[in-house]
Design a protein around this ligand. Sequence first.
Ligand code: ZN
Length: 282
Amino acid sequence: MSKTRLLRGNIYNRYLPGIVPEPSEPNKKWWFIFKTGKLLVRNNGLAAEIPFFEEPSEIGVSTKFNLYLGTLDGYGCYAAVTDAEVSPQEGLEFREIRPLFGVLNDDILLLSFKAKQLAEWSRISQFCGRCGAHTGPKPDEMAKICPQCGLVAYPRISPAVITAIIKDDSILLAHNYKFVNNRYSLIAGFVEPGETLEDTVRREIMEEVGIKVQNIRYFASQPWPFPDSLMVGFTAEYESGDITVDGVEIRDAAWFKSGSLPELPDGMSIARKIIEWFKDNY
Ligand SMILES: [Zn+2]
């Protein structure tokens, strides 16, 4: 059986963050251009690359909300949005990000996550949330500042927890109504104000499948720009209760042994990374 490909890589292998371009930077830049959430890529056989040129007009694309991100391999990189009905040059194409897993280099895919989230934030933070004036970039950090009232707005990150619940040699997996096909995954949910991450783990599991857990342990985390989550992965042990699905979000949930797992999420998600850990250890 072939090993599932998991998303590896590190955003900082090739990328250095920055707020303002250095005058010494070369003219050519990496452009992460999004159109309704899809990323412009240059198709290169079975692989894809981020377009590399001086200005978007060179390839017939007009961009808005251009945001400098820092450098990638020593060249400036920008996130931008286009909504014009453009047909980019031959070989360039707007593609959904998720299917680019395994097509774009993993480090670059992770940088695309950042670019996607910031491009969208740049678009929706044009006006001050307090007084409605036009905002401008804050020169010393990744933020927008209001020239009228001074309100500073940072990019939004919405933390969410995702947990593998283990009972003896089984894992609890659930089918959410939103999942495609008959896919099963871990219990997940957004952190609410006032909660610790462990509180969220306990509350979400109780709400969605009606059981109590103990020994909650941090596993790993992953940015998830659909649209702006940070997924924080945990493992927990079953404590008590019988599975009772909420019927609102969760259609079905059950205990599975590693030899008889249902259809699972793809290797780009932290969910799959945690389930692979379970397969290796139980
Ligand atoms: Zn204001």
